[in-house]
Ligand binder design. Structure first.
Ligand SMILES: [Fe+2]
Length: 256
């Protein structure tokens, strides 16, 4: 197997950590370096690893109980996350077995490669979205501090404006809201998501995720999603969001 230069390994690992909306940055890195784009594992799977492993649920997430998001919700939610990990591995195994796809069998209405590649984005999105979400809940919530506070004020005018936009977007979404940093222009935007794989935007790296699927709140709040979103604001770990912002800005700096 071709060894990547150390600096390339670090760049790619950082990019892969950034989450679903950052998928475009991974592609960009592959295009920039032929060694990364080489089909070392079979064309249908590209150079993705054969398997991934579920990350442990951060214990800090259980700090949300006082805000109304229960331990049971997190435990059930974590099982869903592990299901996405399992499906990523299952699909990668099928893509590996497929080897070099036969274009004559591909079809946009239904074909094996279509189903595998569409649902792969759903499964991998489910992994990355949840790792981001679990990584920044269980904090003290309230107003942000540090660079993210300045960035939100600059982009939205005030923290209250950002909260109002995130809540409205969350009530209008069918799955997710992502606060993302677009490295092409440095903008911040609250993107709407209807599923694990819609609607990512290339080069926009999510730094905060709000899961608004019913499984994230129905046990604790019934149909009252707005109350759940209010609770979410009370449990954001802004230190974690600042770390995500720092990484996104590092990517922006690296590609400049
Ligand atoms: Fe979820």
């Amino acid at each position: 197997m071709t060894q990547e230069p150390a600096n390339h390994r670090m760049d790619r690992r950082e990019l892969l950590t950034l989450g679903a909306l950052g998928a475009g940055t991974v592609l960009a890195a592959s295009w920039a370096d032929p060694a990364l784009a080489a089909p070392q594992n079979g064309p249908a799977r590209g150079s993705t690893p054969l398997t991934i492993e579920a990350k442990p649920l951060p214990q800090k997430v259980f700090n949300t109980e006082a805000a109304g998001i229960s331990r049971r919700t997190h435990e059930e939610h974590y099982e869903l996350y592990k299901g996405y990990v399992s499906k990523v591995n299952e699909i990668r195994a099928k893509l590996t077995a497929m080897g070099v796809p036969d274009p004559s069998r591909a079809n946009q209405t239904f074909s094996e490669i279509r189903e595998l590649k569409v649902e792969y984005t759903f499964a991998l999105g489910g992994v990355k979205n949840h790792e981001l979400y679990f990584g920044h809940i269980g904090g003290k919530g309230g107003a942000p501090t540090g660079p993210i506070a300045e960035a939100i004020n600059a982009a939205f005018g005030s923290f209250d404006n950002w909260k109002a936009d995130l809540k409205a977007t969350g009530l209008a979404a069918r799955g997710w809201v992502w606060l993302a940093h677009d490295y092409t222009d440095g903008s911040l935007f609250n993107y709407i998501g209807d599923a694990q794989n819609t609607f990512p935007v290339w080069n926009a790296t999510p730094i905060l995720a709000l899961d608004v699927y019913e499984h994230a709140y129905f046990i604790d709040f019934g149909r009252n999603r707005g109350k759940y979103i209010d609770a979410f604001f009370n449990v954001i770990d802004w230190d974690a969001v600042n770390a995500n912002l720092k990484m996104a800005q590092a990517v922006a700096q690296a590609v400049r």
